[in-house]
Design a protein around this ligand. Structure first.
Ligand SMILES: Cc1cc2nc3c(=O)[nH]c(=O)nc-3n(C[C@H](O)[C@H](O)[C@H](O)COP(=O)(O)OP(=O)(O)OC[C@H]3O[C@@H](n4cnc5c(N)ncnc54)[C@H](O)[C@@H]3O)c2cc1C
Length: 369
């Protein structure tokens, strides 16, 4: 924070939204010496970023081709990204690299088999005997071919907590509890943001408000909330699962403390974040069908989160038509995975540098705003 010659506080960059995207970008900009303020309407890190399963999926079968390069780059950045946050915040983020057992949808099997035998570098993928790798899996259910993916997972709640602490330690300022109602321009440039209580001044603003990004005047970014319901089980059998298990019906993400996160739904139901008992029970049953031992597990909690969706399911990254106004949103199902690469490339763009990666496919200009 700085004080200008009229006594008003100013920052170099204001980020709207304290989810994993806003937090990671704030840290990246602070490392470059920028004075950064995050304006968060609630408490930082409590929305999609804490609701996520934490799978770091960059497999070519499940990633949109346009996103593949960024997804792979971000997956590669994760060990360093997570390690740095752990060290700086003294918080464990539970980055696991045991891999994933994937039961792909039948429609994908052929292409997956091709990928598995093509020596593709996008994911180290090969057919695996699932029961050998993961004895807790029901056998012979599901009677499907399975594949081992060399991918990681992380605990998103721990990750966001670590990112909040790291941002604070590095001197990022926070304003929590009031929403940004508009991004304000002066002389055709970004000049600050307005909340119901005040005006915060900065020459550069980044809209990182996740599923709510489109609600902030004056640009109506075409983001929409895509609800996902989840539950968390804890089994009396310690370390019941080693791998992430993913099938079209359900996914299971084990944490190192014995919890198993079960997800998820993809629902278009506006900003409604309630769970419903029938859906949670269906996910629970699907988890038990996959891993029978989970019959003895307790449901610790259930919740729902709102993914930031876009019309083409790709993120929106870059500078808008108004100089000084940037956007980093629309990460849909991949925002945890894409946090490191988003922070890096957006920090480059906001600092006036060419980004390391071609972000044309993610430009805000692809939509008429
Ligand atoms: C159920 C579920 C499972 C998921 N699983 C995975 C997964 O396994 N792997 C993966 O990579 N991704 C996953 N995701 C996606 C991932 O969680 C999101 O893409 C990511 O968290 C988006 O981060 P964000 O910072 O953009 O949004 P958010 O975390 O939603 O943060 C946006 C912030 O902006 C704030 N805000 C909104 N409006 C305003 C305003 N007007 N003024 C100020 N602040 C405002 C909100 O309060 C919020 O804190 C999952 C998501 C869900 C819901």
């Amino acid at each position: 924070m700085r004080v200008n010659n009229r006594g008003a506080k100013t920052w170099d960059v204001i980020i709207v939204g304290g989810g994993i995207i806003g937090l990671s970008l704030a840290i990246a900009l602070r490392k470059r010496g920028a004075k950064v303020l995050i304006v968060e309407r609630g408490e930082p890190g409590r929305e999609a970023s804490s609701a996520a399963g934490g799978m770091l999926v960059d497999c070519a079968i499940e990633t949109q081709p346009a996103l593949q390069t960024l997804a792979t780059a971000s997956a590669r950045m994760y060990p360093e990204f997570a390690h740095e946050l752990e060290i700086e915040s003294d918080t464990k983020v539970d980055l696991r690299d045991k891999g994933t057992i994937l039961f792909p949808p039948a429609t994908c099997l052929r292409s997956i088999a091709c990928l598995a035998h093509s020596g593709s570098r996008t994911a180290a993928l090969f057919p695996a005997r699932s029961a050998e790798l993961e004895p807790a899996l029901a056998e012979p259910n599901p009677v499907r071919e399975a594949f081992y993916l060399k991918e990681r997972s992380i605990d998103p709640r721990a990750l966001t907590a670590a990112a909040i602490k790291t941002a604070k330690n590095r001197g990022v300022d926070f304003s929590s509890g009031d929403p940004v109602t508009s991004v304000d321009f002066r002389d055709g440039r970004a000049a600050g943001v307005t909340t119901p209580k005040t005006f915060f001044r900065a020459p550069k603003i980044v809209n990182g408000a996740g599923a709510w990004s489109g609600q902030i005047a004056p640009h109506a970014f075409p983001t929409r909330p895509v609800k996902g319901q989840m539950l968390c089980l804890v089994s009396p059998a310690r370390e019941l699962l080693k791998h992430v298990i993913r099938s079209p019906e359900v996914y299971l993400v084990p944490r190192s403390d014995g919890r198993i996160v079960v997800g998820s739904t993809i629902e278009e139901s506006g900003f409604d974040k309630r769970t419903d008992a029938a859906t949670i029970q269906r996910l629970h049953r699907a988890a038990i069908a996959m891993v029978p031992e989970l019959r003895n597990a307790k449901i610790l909690e259930d919740w729902a989160g709102l993914r930031p969706g876009t019309p083409d399911a790709l993120p929106i990254l870059g500078e808008t038509a108004t100089p000084g106004y940037y956007v980093a949103t629309g990460h849909f199902r991949d925002g945890i995975l894409l946090a490191p690469i988003t922070a890096r490339t957006m920090a480059q763009i906001v600092s006036g540098e060419a980004p390391d990666y071609d972000l044309t496919a993610f430009s805000p200009h692809r939509f008429t705003l």
